[in-house]
Design a protein around this ligand. Sequence first.
Ligand SMILES: Nc1nc2c(ncn2[C@@H]2O[C@H](COP(=O)(O)OP(=O)(O)O[C@H]3O[C@H](CO)[C@@H](O)[C@H](O)[C@@H]3O)[C@@H](O)[C@H]2O)c(=O)[nH]1
Ligand SMILES: [Mg+2]
Length: 284
Amino acid sequence: MSAIDYSVVVPAYREAGNLRPLVTRIFAALQRIDSPVPAHAVEVIVVDDNSRDGSVEVVQALQREGYRVRIIVRTTERGLSSAVVRGFQEAQGDNMLCMDADLQHPPEFVPQMLAALSPTKVFVLGTRYGGGVGAIDEGWPLHRRVISNGARMLALPLTSASDPMSGFFGIRKEVFNKARNLNSQGFKIALDLLVKARIPPHAIAEVPFAFGLRTEGESKLDSKVMIKYLLQLAELYWYGYHGVVAFLFLGIFALFVLFLRWWWSDPVTRQVTVPPTTGKGRAH
Ligand SMILES: Nc1nc2c(ncn2[C@@H]2O[C@H](COP(=O)(O)OP(=O)(O)O[C@H]3O[C@H](CO)[C@@H](O)[C@H](O)[C@@H]3O)[C@@H](O)[C@H]2O)c(=O)[nH]1
Ligand SMILES: [Mg+2]
């Protein structure tokens, strides 16, 4: 087999139904004549937290069909961010990409995302706020829009990147290796890397993409994940600014938590129909 220059890391928990379309669509995109990256130089690494839902068997079947994909099953650790860190540690390629398993990050963008990485552009970010992709929150319930935009605003002082929360991002191996004290809790590993690997604005490439709908399985983003995000932001503010700004942040943090409490506790007086949190075809 030829050398691997590119690794696509996919954190996955109970995603058996999504792995086959994900892997076959990634390699179909790489095999297109206009792909800037050759398929034979790419590996896919699924980092699964002991889902026991048939994910291992799906990956084994794909391997038998010749796809360069492997699965790491973790039994003692859980969590999206730490799964991504584990995948990056195991990656053979110098250019590493992280994407969700549930097809919300379109596999057809993988060649372009990988090709955007270089010794000068050491970080690539799939952004839902780029030109020509439409409003990302169209059709989202109001509470999801408030949370998403609130989360984005709070990160503004930390990075110039337009969408550090998209979850679709890539980094060069040598830069990842230099990052220290990564926060492996929660969902926001890209933001953590941008701040702690001290990626300068000119070294970030951005690729606009449209966030897809999940049609199989369920989102794992819950209120615990949001609290972890706020704690992570506090840590990053402290890391980046110390003292005064951290104090200011704690004030904003308290207001945000109060707002969320009010939001979830009083749906009647706000006259909002809260949609069911489970089911197919959700935007998150
Ligand atoms: N290994 C592992 N994977 C996990 C875990 N929790 C979630 N994942 C995987 O991480 C990916 C994203 O999880 P979702 O549950 O689909 O999250 P989401 O609500 O769609 O959030 C995504 O979009 C957000 C933007 O709206 C992103 O901010 C977020 O990082 C993520 O990419 C999926 O592939 C899911 O299986 C975990 O504990 N362990
Ligand atoms: Mg999702």
